[in-house]
Design a protein around this ligand. Structure first.
Ligand SMILES: [Zn+2]
Ligand SMILES: [Zn+2]
Length: 242
């Protein structure tokens, strides 16, 4: 995996410098609005050095991934910003298995594991928040995340506690975030800090730095306008400090 990239992000953040990377972007290959080349243009415009095309995929995903990969590779020859090819997949169960095909694993530079639903849940789940106890939701997401961190296929833990935060509007205790960060550090995985999910970005960065945990930063951009959202936020934060 691209450990150097995450070390660079860590170094920049430890010096209150905004890292010029956006490590969470979707395109019209899945549920994003813009094409790969439009995303590249947006990234070049704000001088990003790297962008991670973290396209959604599943175990049964087909050959489209190879065409997607080729499009990113071709665009890399035409643009300043470097596009990284990979995937965001969901955590399937408490063994930490990922919903990831062998072909896509083989063709990915990075794999981001995210908790998107409870094990076995099917269909449109976004509005289904009934019948779940708050502590139970947090516990389930925590356990799935801990298991995914032990999976050697995982490089990044995507938007940690994102399901609790977004779907259930629950803010888990900070000590549980810290446990995930400590586990990420032990497993040498990158802990993602995501502008679309986390209300406590500055605090999470501090905890990652304190625990020597690799950090990924992402916007979860689904349009070209959202590319660099996390970087803009950090820039403003650091301007306040200086
Ligand atoms: Zn996600
Ligand atoms: Zn995503």
């Amino acid at each position: 995996m691209q450990t150097n990239l995450f070390e660079n992000i860590f170094d920049d953040l430890s010096k209150n410098i905004t890292p010029p990377l956006d490590m969470h972007v979707h395109t019209n290959w899945t549920d994003g609005k813009n094409s790969v080349s439009e995303i590249f243009k947006a990234a070049d415009k704000i001088n990003l050095s790297h962008i991670f095309f973290s396209e959604h995929s599943r175990q049964e995903s087909g050959d489209w991934f190879l065409d997607f990969k080729k499009e990113v590779t071709d665009n890399n020859k035409k643009n300043k910003c470097i596009g990284i090819v990979g995937t965001e997949v969901k955590v399937l169960n408490y063994n930490g298995d990922l919903d990831l095909s062998k072909l896509i694993l083989k063709n990915s530079e990075l794999v981001m594991a995210s908790v998107h639903r409870f094990p076995g849940e099917k269909g449109n789940i976004l509005n289904n928040t009934k019948n779940y106890d708050k502590d139970e939701v947090i516990k389930i997401e925590y356990n799935l995340s801990m298991a995914a961190l032990e999976n050697p296929q995982t490089n990044i833990l995507g938007h940690p506690f994102g399901m609790s935060l977004k779907r259930f509007k629950i803010i888990p205790p900070i000590k549980l975030f810290e446990q995930l960060i400590k586990k990420s550090a032990i497993e040498k995985k990158a802990f993602e800090i995501n502008i679309s999910y986390h209300p406590n970005i500055v605090e999470l960065i501090q905890i990652c730095l304190k625990n020597n945990c690799l950090i990924s930063i992402g916007s979860n951009a689904h349009t070209d306008k959202e590319v660099g959202k996390i970087n803009l936020f950090l820039k403003k934060e650091y301007e306040k400090k200086n």
